[in-house]
Ligand binder design. Structure first.
Ligand code: SAM
Ligand code: TMP
Ligand code: ZN
Length: 404
């Protein structure tokens, strides 16, 4: 297997075994047709891009029934609204500006742009969520973004001032096609802005559950800059974001078009100092993850033996890795609660734990709750404060196994 960015040699550092499609929640009684692949991750010895070793065909993940909706978290709604308002007052102030969002999902970011009357287009292959965006008045095309899509949009609408993607670029293995599409579609002085989980956070917090089918790349400033330069772009800004367990928002511009902000060199230096792309550090990380897995399984088995009730909280895509890698099934977690309508009444992929709505969690509260949506901990713990007050305890496994 060669690097999907530069064809360099990949060095594997972790293998999570046989895994299902993380967002393929199954109908009870219909588990025979599940698709599995080998979830292993490696680093390119040449360009340092961390990536999956096996690729899942995109249509298996992103289709009419893709269940994830961006608006499921109040914190994320606020996050995207803030970004949209910022774009409106910075990059989108010229004559008849145009912004394109890749993976606009249910339109949580673009609804603000649409309300402001600014020209925009969402490119979203998952039909169900694209319909939700359209219902909010967002212009959306049901396509995978790639070089051909970019050429079509450019011909029909002209060049874009801003191309934006949140939690989408790292989902796309075919980066050559994407970046040549960005080159086609972006104005000479436009910016390509994208935000994704940050490799340094994953390494530091041992957040191994950021690794699943949809997350193909694990970006850092160093690997993103190398990737950008292959297509004539320069990394001109980076900003750390607190959402989704720690992300970075990268800004690319055409080489020479903008002066890189000092934050870029600072982040590159911090990455070098922390050694996040050193193979020895990644091997140590994998050993730490194995230890956390063993402690989590031992804790859940002990609680079950004591007769304690334990539910899961948040049927996240991430939780597919945790549940399947740790071998946690309905014998250890009675059910997982989740607010997403399309996940409720189904079973978690591979591990086959029932998913129930939020009311089930409160009726009555369990003794323990495994917080699978730990990236939304603050929001969830505030919302469910009565659980803690009733004597319940949260179980977390990032950065290590502990009770709260
Ligand atoms: N941007 C939203 C957010 O941050 O909440 C949605 C993120 S969701 C995890 C990833 C989205 O990317 C999905 O809605 C999926 O359909 C979309 N996607 C996957 N491949 C894509 C591609 N090639 N072009 C555009 N969107 C894509
Ligand atoms: P994410 O980590 O990919 O954003 O997924 C979060 C999942 O957790 C999503 O399925 C919605 C669910 N969720 C709840 O069930 N309750 C909540 O309060 C929040 C914030 C999320
Ligand atoms: Zn490479």
């Amino acid at each position: 297997m060669a690097c999907r960015i530069c064809s360099g040699r990949l060095r594997q550092f972790a293998d999570f075994g046989r895994q299902p499609i993380s967002d393929a929640f199954v109908e009870p009684g219909d588990t025979s047709a599940e698709f599995f692949f080998r979830l292993a991750v490696g680093i390119c010895e040449n360009c340092t891009m961390v990536q999956l070793l096996e690729e899942v065909p995109r249509e298996r993940m992103f289709h009419e029934g893709y269940p994830y909706v961006s608006s499921g978290s109040a914190v994320m709604r606020e996050h995207f609204h803030t970004l949209a308002k910022r774009l409106l007052t910075t990059e989108l102030t010229g004559g008849n500006p145009f912004v394109v969002e890749l993976g606009c999902n249910d339109g949580t970011m673009l609804e603000v742009i649409a309300d402001a009357g600014v020209r925009h287009l969402g490119v979203e292959p998952s039909g169900g969520v694209a319909d939700l965006a359209a219902a909010k008045g967002v212009r959306v095309t049901k396509d995978f973004f790639e070089a051909a899509t970019a050429a079509r949009v450019r011909a029909a609408e002209g060049p874009a001032d801003v191309i934006y993607a949140a939690n989408t670029l790292c989902h796309i293995p075919y980066m050559d096609s994407i970046l040549s599409g960005v080159d086609t579609l972006l104005k000479v002085d436009g910016v390509f802005v994208f935000e994704d989980p940050y490799l340094a956070e994953i390494v530091e917090r041992a957040s191994f559950d950021q690794i699943y089918d949809e997350h193909f790349y694990f970006f850092a400033a160093g690997s993103v800059r190398a990737m950008a330069r292959r297509h004539g772009f320069e990394l001109v800004d980076v900003e750390r974001l607190p959402v989704h367990g720690g992300e970075v928002r990268y800004t690319l511009a055409r080489a020479g078009a903008r002066t890189p902000a000092p934050a870029v060199d600072r982040m590159l230096a911090a990455e070098a100092a922390a050694g996040i792309t050193r193979i020895s550090a990644l091997d140590q990380w994998a050993a730490r993850v194995e230890g956390n897995r063993d402690r989590l399984v031992a804790l859940l088995k002990g609680l079950r033996a004591q007769g304690a009730t334990v539910y899961g909280y948040g049927a996240t895509a991430k939780s597919a890795t945790v549940l399947n890698y740790c071998g946690i099934g309905p014998d250890l977690l009675t059910f997982v609660t989740d607010t997403t309508p399309a996940k409720q009444g189904r079973l978690t992929p591979g591990s086959h734990i029932p998913v129930l709505g939020p009311e089930a969690f409160r009726d009555p509260y369990p003794d323990y709750a495994l917080l699978l949506a730990w990236n939304h901990a603050e929001e969830i713990m505030a919302k469910e404060s009565a659980f803690r007050e009733s004597g319940g305890r949260w179980i977390l496994y990032v950065p290590d196994v502990h009770l709260v």
